[in-house]
Design a binder for this molecule. Structure first.
Ligand code: ADP
Length: 191
């Protein structure tokens, strides 16, 4: 199986690059942000609870997102692999993911970390906010909170995967195609 963690701060381009990867490698895309926004759109109990947390730019509780991932893993026993996008975001989530994959006799193949500086991220998110309709893209102080949460709780996961020799850092600035080429080179490294 090819199991990829696509990693990086909000606005790094994880979703865009994931889309290219699923088409090429036939993987299942697991974006916790997309799944949560789907719950909000459907007005489920989970969605109602998650909305105010997400609109502030805070993280949804670990057990909620871990439960979502577990149920998708269980529903896809014959998958060729998964792309984890926006998950894990905390050490607890990363440890749970390792354990869940271990139970399925598989593991993370690589973590692809997209590096983009804060000014560029803020610019991209504000631009996206003009059309995305996402409350968390709409103003700079919420964007700053998301980046702060990322630096505090999520960025340490680079060390978590580096210790397992799985971290590959990629520049997330440049054209979509040029970044994707680097991603494919990184995947070739592990094959
Ligand atoms: P971005 O990477 O641009 O911030 P996402 O769609 O990945 O966008 O996430 C949007 C919001 O959804 C996050 O700010 C957070 O509130 C919530 N969320 C998504 N994934 C997780 C996760 N793994 N753990 C906790 N909260 C999450």
């Amino acid at each position: 199986m090819l199991n990829i963690v696509i990693f990086g701060p909000p606005g790094a381009g994880k979703g865009t690059q994931s889309q290219l990867l699923i088409d090429q490698f036939n993987l299942i895309h697991l974006s916790t942000g997309d799944i949560l926004r789907g719950e909000i759109a459907q007005g489920t109990e989970l969605g109602i609870k998650a909305k105010s947390i997400m609109d502030r730019g805070d993280l949804v509780p670990d057990e909620v997102v871990i439960g979502m991932i577990r149920s998708i893993l269980e529903k896809n026993p014959n998958a060729k692999g998964f792309i984890f996008d926006g998950f894990p975001r905390t050490t607890v989530q990363a440890e749970s993911l390792d354990q869940m994959l271990n139970e399925l006799n598989t593991s993370i193949s690589t973590m692809l970390s997209l590096d983009v500086d804060v000014d560029e991220l803020t610019k991209r998110l504000l631009e996206r906010g003009k059309s995305s309709g996402r409350a968390d893209d709409a103003n700079e102080s919420i964007i700053r909170n998301r980046i702060k949460e990322y630096n505090k709780k999520t960025a340490p996961l680079k060390k978590f995967y580096a210790k397992q020799n799985k971290l590959q850092s990629i520049t997330g600035v440049g054209s979509v195609d040029s970044i994707y080429t680097k991603i494919c080179e990184a995947i070739d490294q592990i094959k």
